[in-house]
Design a binder for this molecule. Sequence first.
Ligand SMILES: [Zn+2]
Length: 726
Amino acid sequence: MSIRRLVSVFVFVGVVLGFGVPVSGVGGAVLPQGVISAGVSAMPNELGRVPILEYHQVGPKEERWTRSFENFRGDLEWLYNNDYRAVSIGDFAEQRISLPYGKKPVVLTFDDGGYTQLNFKNGKIDPYTAVGVMDEFLKKYPDFGPSAVFYLNNAPFKLVDDKAKAIEYLFSTGRQIGNHTMTHANLAKMSDSNVERELSRLDAYVRSFGFRDVDLSTLSYPFGGVPRGDGMKAMKKYVKLGLLVGADPASVPYSVNYDPYFVPRIQAIDSEWKRWFKREPRATSGSAAVLPFTPFVSDGNPDIITILSETGLKKTNVRKGVQVVVNGSLIKKTSSVRASVEDDRTLQISLEMKKERYPYEDCADPDAAAYIEYKKTGVLGERKVGFFDWSGIVSLPKTFLHFVRTMSRPEVVRGIYFTGSTATSDAGKRLVDKLLASGGNTVVVDINEGDGALNYGKPDHKPILRDIRANIAEWKGKGIYVVARIVAFKERVVSRARPDLAIRNVNGGVWRDNRGSVWLDPSNPQTVQYVIDMAKEASAMGVDEVQFDYVRFPTEGNLGAARFMFDASKKQKWEVIRDFLKEARTQLIPLGVPLGADIFGIVGWQPAPNYRTTGQRIECIAPYLDVIYPMGYPSHFGPGFGGHANPADEPYYFTWRTAQYFVDYAAGTGAAIRPWLQSFMYRVTIPYNSSYISEQIRGAFGAGSQGFVLWNAGNTYDVGWAVIGR
Ligand SMILES: [Zn+2]
């Protein structure tokens, strides 16, 4: 599989963090005033069911196959007053339901195409037809939406002269037509060739009126007759969805209960209105009763699917590029969200229910706890990734707090690390060729150096050491996934010009660690913006992902003399780092570039003492990251650590255990774990060869990691080539 393909299947998975508020107890009470209409009482639930109403004729008098004009008008009003809005059968089938927050989809279908559905009088639509009633209704309630689908056969609306005009009118007013077979045939009793003929001839018939590209790919089975065996096979060549005659609200296409060829409908007759909607005959408004089904309720964003935990979702199929948002109480019990691509159209998401622990409660950010506003920007971008800005039109209550983020690609990253000088050298070219020949697919490259110098030019930054822009373009041309590594807070260059951005010494001047390095102050908003700007510039250079290293406080040196901008009596270091990543995430979302961070391996093994000094608290930063890169190099655990004489000689165990801790702490956040692997000999006394690398790879995957990157400071990967692609 080429990398180009890898990039094209990039998907998003969002998660929602709840803060211990049970869903059932929320109601509408916490909704911000004035944002959501008073009529909305239901919480978003996009795994709920969609009523597909089945009409036949409409006429002056209510009869078995005829809905009276008066009742039909009443149906529309009742639907409108109960927050239903019309969606097309195509949008239903393609998972494109796009409604405002709190609104519920309904699909209106009309079978058999009689003249009571559509007719002309003095050249205009006859008001005493289904379309006439709907046109009148839409004048008053345009936001109900015009969609309605008419299932036709070879006598559209039983019209003599105006067949083409009728179909033209439907298309021009936002309605659809569908296949009801050429001769209103019972397909259940037909051979494959007859099924084929019934479906294809209608297509040809409609084209004969001069219509091109008419979508007849949805079918209403005449008499409810579903073809069998070979007939079914023949049918699937022509249609993607088949509607039954009864007798349920339909499950959505990404539900496990969905079968596209057995999509149920509800007949629009009084007894069924009563049964499914608790609606009294003639009632045109509100029903407070508990319904016998859970309706689909929109979250207001067509690119997100919001799912309630009580639906018991385990497995689902979602259109590529759609984001799945899982409610907080599900995350409580969910240890991982995995995604794999099934084919070009669908992405399979499975949620594994393992765990009751809910790690985020003490990470809760009081500002975010109220609600987050978001809206769709409308642009999906080159890589088909959706994104959001955080100010906008829709507000959601806190049980639906959305941290929408990229999910790591379902495919595996197999990468190596490049310094800026390797990147721009001939050696770098040879390494890239070697990487591709060996089955690797990713380069992590320094876009700034450990001393703060940038490896790219910009107007206010000269002289330039080197510019890796051309190299990035070249790699991408070869299909390589390019990750920009950014040293975040350790540096020397910037603080010379801007000492105010650095951590200060209580005795004056900038603070230095015991190696003489200067660190930028992560709690200084200007510093934060400086670092985020580097990430934005990297994104503009076309990298596929941004990765922060040294995203932490210094740990060595006279820490007592360090002075920060934040008030240490009110805030902890891990809150500062969390807030930094949250800000970075917020600013990077509109650019559609995923965000990763390099994290000390030890904070997985011994969290509390270490996150207090480094600020790296996995479960609190994971919600803002797409990828976490644990630095769990075996050699970085000293001799005797955990009773192991020389951890550097146990490449499998230390890689596996470290990754396992990270997988556990990040569970349910959607952040992928992708460890750095030790590709250097430090402290290694066993043979340092390809099996030293492959043992780490085995450990990484054994713990549930989604890929790995080899680290060698001098970019020498000779022992890795044999195993990097396996
Ligand atoms: Zn029919």
